[in-house]
Design a protein around this ligand. Structure first.
Ligand code: PLP
Length: 516
């Protein structure tokens, strides 16, 4: 191709420039026919992986050192390698040396089996790669995220007028709301004057069972952990709202600035839902921001027979929930819902000169960078949006309800068993512990030996790979904790889990007896 060269000044193009005028060759590009071939192969192997995910162990139990050895410690490669080899090697590393939360006997912490459609959605999202920070950069993806947020609000049964934003998870969803609450309730403009301008210490309230994000928030956002008022729980493990009310009044009398109360809708240890309507009326009375941490549990509000348990959620100024928990989205997906989304704009919006995001439309653009921490943002909404449509509201209700039923089954079977003590059952979390037949099941709270035994049992089970569960301390009892956010778990898995726990419990007991 002949280019007209400038007449005034002759600047010759170098060879590289000339070549790139002909055709740019980028080493990272994969030619279409190869992309198809390798893509089909990868989809085939992912499909086999998903089909057989329940056949083997939940985890190989390999040590970090063994994993490091497998991976090798080569330096950054100087030159490229074949994509085919790379995909095959990487698939092997991940399929065969991961903890598989897609396994039907994975009940640990609160991570779900990922939806297969979510895997496809992530591939699609990555291929198009919209930057969902600004509407102009992601016209369709922004609209899909708005609809997804609206659907999430509709699903849990609050007004679809709640707005919000998708974030990376529960911590970020709670942080996003925390700062909106602070901006809204601070007596002065925090944006211009900062925390230092406020005379009374800003304090906030939550049950003592609240997730550790509140400590991170207190530290990161400049309050210090002394600003947290940990409210004791009552016999049902719910926040004691009488003490809450008293504490707020004492703080007011002492010249503090209470601004926020956090209610749990499914606390992280036992799944208890606080008395949300009582908290809501205290907040109304004292003009405090009412936030709900529903990271795990709030999707259960969609189920007609559990709706009552969540009375009061319509009153929340903000709600945090994790689609990567009980909506089974692949990591990562959290969501902040806000009754009046203007509070997010008040907190997060800024208009630098180098953003030309608002100019060319009649209506104001919905730019997600103004609603939260992130600027450039990935397309998290797609995996949630597609899954909602794949199964509908009814499909989700069925899956969540079945998780709860299975958790109840586990509790009942533990109750029946002579060597198991069923401790709590809320939503889809069951806590239980192994009690050897030479101990009685009752009256052993705080028993040092049983706590030691069950702690060791959790470790053995987590390493063993037959089932994966985590732990909780409930009324001084060290418990095994099974949280079922797993659409692959069946009743058979539950019965087998009982057997696995008892068998391993006996072994651990025997081994400890030898030491004693
Ligand atoms: C899981 C959980 C969190 C933290 O969520 P991440 O997604 O892990 O950041 C916070 N609160 C509750 C109640 C949770 O269950």
């Amino acid at each position: 191709m002949q280019r007209p060269l400038p007449t005034q000044k002759l600047i010759p193009l170098n060879t590289n420039q000339l070549n790139m005028i002909k055709k740019r060759e980028s080493p990272i590009e994969i030619p279409a026919d190869e992309f198809k071939k390798l893509g089909y192969q990868l989809i085939d192997s992912i499909s086999d992986f998903i089909e057989n995910v329940g056949e083997g162990s939940v985890t190989t139990g390999e040590t970090p050192k063994q994993i490091q050895t497998l991976l090798g410690d080569e330096f950054l490669p100087e030159n490229g390698t074949s994509v085919e080899e790379l995909i095959s090697k990487t698939s092997d590393l991940l399929f065969n040396h991961s903890l598989l939360n897609g396994h039907p006997k994975f009940f640990g912490y609160i991570t779900s089996s990922p939806t297969p459609i979510g895997a496809l959605a992530d591939l699609l999202a990555a291929a198009v790669n919209p930057n969902v920070g600004a509407n102009i950069l992601s016209p369709m993806a922004t609209a899909i995220e708005k609809q997804t947020v609206k659907w999430i609000a509709e699903f849990i049964g609050v007004s679809p007028n709640y707005g919000g934003i998708l974030v990376s998870g529960g911590n970020m969803a709670n942080f996003t709301a925390f700062l909106a609450a602070r901006t809204a309730k601070a007596p002065k403009s925090l944006k211009t004057d900062g925390l230092g301008s406020i005379s009374g210490e800003m304090v906030f309230y939550c049950a003592e069972t609240t997730h550790t994000w509140v400590e991170k928030a207190a530290v990161l956002f400049g309050h210090g952990t002394k600003a947290i008022r940990w409210i004791p729980t009552d016999v049902d493990n719910k926040m004691d709202t009488t003490i809450l009310f008293q504490t707020i009044n004492e703080d007011l009398k002492a010249g503090k600035q209470p601004f926020l109360v956090i209610g749990n809708a499914g606390d992280v240890s036992t799944g208890v839902v606080d008395n949300l309507s009582a908290i809501a009326s205290i907040c109304k009375d004292r003009e405090l921001w009412f936030h709900i941490d529903g990271a795990y549990g709030i999707p259960a509000a969609a189920i007609p027979q559990y709706k009552k348990l969540f009375d009061g959620i319509q009153e929340a100024d903000s709600i945090a929930l994790d689609p990567h928990k009980w909506l089974y989205a692949p990591l990562e997906a959290g969501c902040t819902l806000i009754k009046n989304p203007q509070h997010l704009l008040d907190t997060y919006s800024a208009h630098p000169v180098y953003y030309n995001f608002d100019k060319n439309t009649d209506e104001p653009s919905h730019n997600y960078y103004e609603y939260g921490f992130q600027n450039s943002r990935g397309f998290r909404a797609l995996k949630i949006w597609m899954a909602f449509q794949q199964v509908g509201k009814s499909g989700y209700i069925e899956m969540i309800n079945n998780d709860i039923e299975l958790s109840k089954l586990l509790f009942q079977e533990a109750e029946k068993h002579l060597e198991l003590e069923a401790v709590t059952q809320n939503l889809s979390i069951t806590t239980l512990r192994y009690v050897p037949s030479d101990y009685s099941k009752e009256g052993n709270a705080g028993n040092k030996y049983l706590n030691e035994l069950n702690e060791k049992l959790v470790n053995e089970l987590q390493q063993g790979g037959k089932v994966f569960l985590s732990n909780a301390i409930v009324s001084e009892k060290y418990c095994l904790r099974c949280c079922i956010v797993n659409f692959r778990t069946s009743g058979k898995d539950i019965l087998e889990t009982i057997d696995i726990i008892v068998e391993e419990g006996r072994k651990v007991h025997d081994s400890l007896q030898l030491i004693l």
